[in-house]
Design a protein around this ligand. Structure first.
Ligand SMILES: Cc1ncc(COP(=O)(O)O)c(C=O)c1O
Length: 383
């Protein structure tokens, strides 16, 4: 897969003092002690055999318990444990699509959606948003539905924009999908990081039997466990059986030690997630202020890990016509890495992650970001 980010990484690698703090979405905060300890004991008790195809039963039970705490009735038979949310998405698309079928997604969006749909022989259909920030509007969406459309996929909170569905929007999307016989694939990797009011009711609250909604979730972001590679899909049992067969045929189940350890997830106190959300939000606030001060068009995101900045009006001033070149030049000359919008289907925008920088580096990295961005833009202006 070709990414415009690779141009930025190449330029960063050639800089004597590169700063990669703003690129990835892997949290800097420590995972919960309950899960670190559980991993240690899981390493000595786990079986060496393949885990059960659908995932360890106790972990599926733990997932069901976590959902019930959020008012979502779920049984272990509704759950498939996957190799992170990404492979959950792949399995869902793999089971919903026949060659030539279409999946709608917002633009901007997480790059894995169009990449996975294309790799599976389907056709990704982008539903663009003029303001570059929102998720779907039902009216705009309906115009893109054809007889080949099988599903809509979106992340809420969204990567890269942070846009988060309100309860009313969630309900409208469920109704629209129901009316057209489509699945609503809800990528909820960032569900623990919702900062806007009225976002408590998820699409699944309007579809308790999961006849329409397919939830794809991850332990990566919530518990800072990106490296454990565990996520899951929650869906109706018939779809879960198909997804299980797909995953078994192509990937086999995820590793047993991490699954075993995550059975302790319900023992993590809710204060862990509240605290993590609070810290992420504070960082987003500070990052927005620095980027805005440097002249980028930003707003505080409604959720997630990223600041999504509009640089369209700044490109010409720095002698560029696209954000891929703008970001590569910023990396080459100033050692700052930002992710170009082209990879998210939104040229003219850039993404800055608030979660990758270590605690010790945060303040100096923010200072440097502001200084270098101003110098980059002023330097070109004065030529
Ligand atoms: C919207 C979204 N979905 C899914 C993922 C992947 O999550 P996982 O680590 O569980 O595969 C990411 C990772 O950045 C993401 O941003």
């Amino acid at each position: 897969m070709k990414r415009t980010l690779d141009r930025v990484l190449e330029a960063l690698n050639a800089h004597p003092d590169p700063d990669r703090s703003w690129l990835v979405g892997s949290p800097w905060f420590e995972p919960p002690n309950e899960l670190r300890r559980a991993m240690q004991s899981a390493a000595s008790v786990s079986s060496f055999d393949y885990p059960p195809p659908q995932g360890i039963a106790e972990l599926r039970g733990a997932v069901a318990e976590l959902h019930r705490r959020d008012g979502l009735a779920l049984e272990p038979e509704n759950v498939l444990i996957t190799h992170g949310a990404k492979s959950g998405l792949l399995a869902v698309f793999g089971c919903l699509l026949q060659p030539g079928d279409e999946i709608l997604h917002p633009a901007p969006c997480y790059p894995a959606y169009p990449a996975a749909v294309t790799a599976l022989g389907g056709t990704p259909v982008a539903v663009p948003h003029e303001d570059g920030r929102s998720l779907f509007e039902p009216v705009a969406l309906e115009a893109h539905i054809t007889s080949r459309t099988r599903a809509l996929v979106l992340s809420s909170p969204a990567n890269p924009t942070g846009a988060t569905l309100t309860g009313d929007q969630a309900r409208a999307l469920v109704e629209l999908c129901r009316e057209h016989g489509l699945r609503l694939v809800c990528d909820e990797a960032y569900e623990a990081f919702r900062f806007a009011p009225d976002t408590d009711r998820l699409p699944a609250h309007w579809d308790p039997d999961l006849e329409t909604v397919v939830q794809v979730r991850s332990f990566s972001k919530t518990y800072a466990l990106c490296g454990w590679r565990i996520g899951y899909v929650a869906a109706d049992p018939a779809l879960i059986r198909r997804l299980t067969a797909w995953q078994t045929a192509l990937l086999n189940p995820p590793n047993s030690i991490a699954q075993q350890a995550l059975i302790s997830a319900p023992a993590v106190p809710p204060s862990f997630i509240q605290e993590a959300g609070h810290r992420v939000r504070n960082r987003l606030d500070e990052l927005v202020a620095v980027l805005a001060d440097a002249g980028l068009g930003t707003e505080l995101p409604q959720g997630g890990f990223y600041v999504w900045a509009d640089v369209r009006s700044r490109l010409a001033a720095t002698g560029h016509t696209d954000t891929a070149a703008w970001c590569a030049d910023l990396a080459r000359r100033h050692g700052i890495g930002l992710w170009p919008g082209e990879d998210f289907l939104a040229p003219g925008w850039v993404r800055a992650s608030a979660v990758a920088c270590t605690e010790a580096d945060w303040e100096p990295a923010l200072d440097r970001l502001g200084t270098e961005l101003r110098s980059f833009m002023n330097g070109r202006n004065s030529r």
